[in-house]
Ligand binder design. Structure first.
Ligand SMILES: Cc1cc2nc3c(=O)[nH]c(=O)nc-3n(C[C@H](O)[C@H](O)[C@H](O)COP(=O)(O)OP(=O)(O)OC[C@H]3O[C@@H](n4cnc5c(N)ncnc54)[C@H](O)[C@@H]3O)c2cc1C
Length: 383
């Protein structure tokens, strides 16, 4: 990183920290408890340019590196992970358009994505299919200059409050292998899909929905990349950055759990001394801190690979796996350290404990991450 970009990064991170302290931290607890969408926070994120952080400056974005993006997402997740979700899948959608879209598509959409005028996400999962995406059923049939979309998506974040989605569809349900019949379409809300909000354990406030598509029509120009049959490849290559995003959130939650536990352990006393002087608590704090540092280092390595223009499936997969398990483990340890107060709705710990497991499920489950990592190791080191 050169001096100029390092200075820019410091400025951006400082303004993100200031925004989190002033506009998010005081409101997160109440909004989360009511499962209320943080509209004002979302609007302030647009003012700050956060809807365009990874979009090129050419289109009005900030064009930050993957490394800076990871640091921003970590900061946000230390305060309230749901706020990161507002821009997380939105930026993945923008990345699909910027990497694979035609010049017309980029000019039409990217500036609006960057300003937050258009906000959205990615719709891959269906009621019967999450991991095994090739088994998906949503159909898009060509009718003259339009595609007609029918089917159901499930668990789609940003689909109620947002106004556009990148939707994975089957343009040819018969072809084998099945991925050759899969395509990505940009579908604006006004085309007529109907989202219904789901009730969730954590990741509350932000809108995650089931969505019905009934004869929803979009022009053929909305096919990302212009050729049918490339949707799954486009999706999977975009998910590299998605995994860095999720790993950064894991690091953020793991860090929040550590910081709050470290402070609490120095003030809470038992048997005449602060609990941080009991060896059982010291071991927990040491393990928690080590997990935070290791998560960040793994993710920095993956992000640096993207910034250098290298593929980083293996590194991003390891970072995602480790950092999200770190979040799950640290939230449990934070609860133990806080004793009954960790179990109380008054403290943040129970929120971290409810938010963390999503990270082990989303953006490729950790079971699948392990399988992918092992396969890549065997490929890389054949005997
Ligand atoms: C809050 C929330 C927000 C989400 N937001 C979005 C979104 O914005 N867009 C979107 O498209 N999706 C979203 N998702 C969906 C998420 O990506 C999927 O839940 C995830 O991909 C897993 O799919 P599944 O739930 O269908 O599990 P399944 O694929 O049914 O898997 C069930 C279990 O089987 C395991 N498993 C599956 N296959 C294998 C295998 N080959 N070997 C070993 N184990 C296996 C899995 O690891 C898992 O433990 C969201 C989910 C949640 C909970």
């Amino acid at each position: 990183m050169n001096m100029k970009s390092s200075e820019e990064e410091i400025l951006i991170l400082n303004s993100v920290r200031e925004f989190l302290k002033r506009d998010v931290a005081p409101y997160a607890h109440a909004l989360e408890a009511k499962d209320e969408y943080p509209q004002e926070i979302s609007d302030k994120m647009a003012e700050l340019g956060l809807f365009g952080i990874t979009i090129s400056q050419k289109y009005g974005g900030l064009g930050v590196s993957a490394s800076t993006f990871a640091k921003i997402m970590e900061e946000i997740a230390t305060v309230w992970m749901s706020v990161g979700g507002i821009i997380g899948s939105h930026l993945m959608m923008a990345r699909f358009v910027e990497r694979f879209g035609s010049d017309e598509m980029k000019s039409k959409y990217l500036a609006k994505f960057a300003s937050g005028e258009l906000r959205g996400g990615i719709a891959l999962t269906e009621p019967d299919v999450g991991t095994d995406l090739q088994g998906m059923r949503m159909r898009a049939e060509r009718d003259g200059d339009e595609y007609v979309i029918n089917g159901t998506k499930m668990w789609i974040t940003n689909s109620l409050k947002g106004n556009i989605l990148a939707v994975l569809v089957k343009t040819d349900p018969k072809v084998q292998p099945a991925h050759k019949g899969m395509s990505l379409l940009l579908v604006p809300r006004e085309a007529g899909y109907v989202p219904s909000k789901l009730d969730k354990l954590g990741y509350r406030g932000i809108d995650t929905c089931g969505i019905e598509f009934c004869d929803v029509r979009v022009p053929v120009e909305n096919l990302i990349g212009g050729d049918e049959g490339r949707g799954l490849q486009q999706t999977l290559s975009g998910l590299e950055l998605g995994r860095i995003n999720v790993a950064a959130r894991g690091t953020g939650i793991a860090r929040a759990c550590l910081e709050e536990s470290l402070a609490y352990a120095q003030t809470r006393k038992t048997f005449g001394k602060p609990i941080c002087e009991h060896q059982a608590i010291q071991i927990k704090l040491a393990d928690m801190a080590t997990r935070v540092e290791a998560s960040r280092l793994l993710n920095e390595q993956a992000a640096q690979a993207i910034d250098d223009g290298r593929r980083c499936d293996l590194e991003a997969g390891m970072a995602k796996l480790f950092a999200t398990e770190a979040a799950v483990e640290n939230s449990m340890e934070a609860m133990r350290i806080h004793g009954a107060y960790g179990y109380s709705k008054e403290y943040n710990i129970e929120r971290y404990y409810r938010d963390a497991p999503l990270l082990a499920i989303g953006e490729g489950t950790n079971e699948l991450q392990r399988i992918i990592i092992a396969k890549q190791l065997v490929e890389k080191y054949p005997v």
